[in-house]
Ligand binder design. Structure first.
Ligand SMILES: Nc1nc2c(ncn2[C@@H]2O[C@H](COP(=O)(O)OP(=O)(O)OP(=O)(O)O)[C@@H](O)[C@H]2O)c(=O)[nH]1
Length: 346
């Protein structure tokens, strides 16, 4: 089945009034006033159109006129029902129903956006964004179902649409807000680095990857030297400025796969996946040296240099969070004991 070809092949010529009323009567049970049924259809608030079995538009209600900007006079008797939704001819959901209605075809034209209707047998529902619709495009939710004659032969299809743009925008805004809150909950506000909570989550995940795929990684801990004295002498604002600057130095020294954290107070950590001890020493020493060479300007115009001590360790088979943290801590302790401003690997 090639629904695309079939739909496009359908003549776009207008049918005469006589033909139109004959086709309308296909959908009306004997004894029911057709004009009443047409009115009922027209008064439904959801945009709806009906196709006959040759994909020709039989009905195009007022709500759809408003949604599409196309009048029923322009649409009835044509196969142009794709026009409000797509930039070039292609099957709508109602066309797929008329062309056999296999779910595979529906999924082909609406990948990951369609499902079988829970309300109507052999009907499908889909949701999509239509850039051609309205001024800036619209999100539409639409359902299409076949129409049968008393013998059960398919003689047409009905598709009704719901403009869900406002709901989708609200959903996107909510998702974005959730993303921002989530990011804030794992971010240190002073330095913009991830915080301790995120550090432990990443350390667990990196350990798991290392165990499973036999990857290597290294962990470095930085502790700014004599920070209490710095705060006491130059004030907490100056202390904060140093922390902020060191955070930026750490960030700018890392590759895409590496990650930096403010562990708390004046302690920082970096996780370097797929990096051996030699590689990690280079990164840590660049950070240490960049900080030491950085001249902080004091409020009295004086200059201040700050140093950092570093403990560094590589993943060992059998490591746990506790074992690797305890090694890196002992490296940091030794770096402080050895006179600070240095890196000790353990
Ligand atoms: N300004 C500022 N200071 C902080 C912050 N968090 C922790 N500190 C201070 O950092 C100081 C850390 O002091 P210590 O743990 O004694 O370490 P230290 O003075 O750097 O000594 P060494 O590590 O041995 O060089 C404390 O005075 C904390 O109050 C912060 O966010 N801003």
């Amino acid at each position: 089945m090639d629904a695309n070809v079939r739909s496009i092949a359908c003549s776009a010529e207008l049918v005469t009034d006589e033909e139109s009323s004959i086709k309308t009567s296909l959908f009306v049970e004997e004894g029911v006033d057709p004009s009443l049924l047409v009115q009922v259809f027209d008064r439904i608030a959801s945009p709806t159109f009906v196709l006959d079995k040759d994909h020709v538009v039989l009905h195009w209600n007022s709500a759809l006129e408003k949604l599409s900007g196309l009048s029923r006079e322009e649409m009835i008797g044509t196969c142009n029902h794709w026009k409000p939704f797509y930039s070039s001819p292609r099957p709508c959901l109602a066309d797929l129903i008329l062309d056999g209605g296999s779910y595979e075809d529906v999924k082909h034209y609406y990948p990951n956006k369609s499902k079988r209707s829970e309300l109507i047998d052999d009907a499908y529902e889909a949701e999509d964004f239509f850039p051609e619709c309205g001024t800036d495009g619209e999100w539409l939710y639409f359902t299409a179902a076949g129409i049968m004659d008393p013998e059960g032969n398919l003689i047409g299809a009905i598709e009704n649409l719901e403009n869900v743009t406002a709901r989708k925008i609200a959903e996107f805004e909510l998702l974005e807000r959730e993303r921002v809150y989530k990011e804030l909950s794992v971010t240190d506000s002073l330095t913009g680095l991830h915080n301790t909570r995120h550090f432990y989550a990443r350390l667990e995940a990196t350990l798991e990857e290392a165990r499973r795929y036999h990857h290597e990684f290294t962990l470095c801990f930085f502790d700014l030297d004599n920070f209490k004295a710095l705060n006491d002498t130059h004030g907490h604002l100056m202390g904060d400025k140093v922390l902020e600057t060191f955070g930026a130095l750490v960030k700018s020294s890392l590759r895409a796969l590496d990650s930096g954290y403010r562990y708390g107070g004046e302690e920082f950590a970096i996780l370097l996946p797929s990096t051996d001890i030699e590689g990690a020493i280079k990164v840590a020493d660049r950070i240490r040296e960049n900080l030491y060479n950085y001249q902080f300007i004091l409020p009295n115009e004086g200059k201040l240099n700050v140093s950092v001590s570093t403990g560094l360790t590589a993943y060992l088979i059998g490591d746990s969070v506790q074992s690797i943290m305890s090694r890196v801590d002992s490296g940091l302790y030794k770096a402080k004991s050895k006179g600070k401003n240095c890196i000790i690997t353990v």
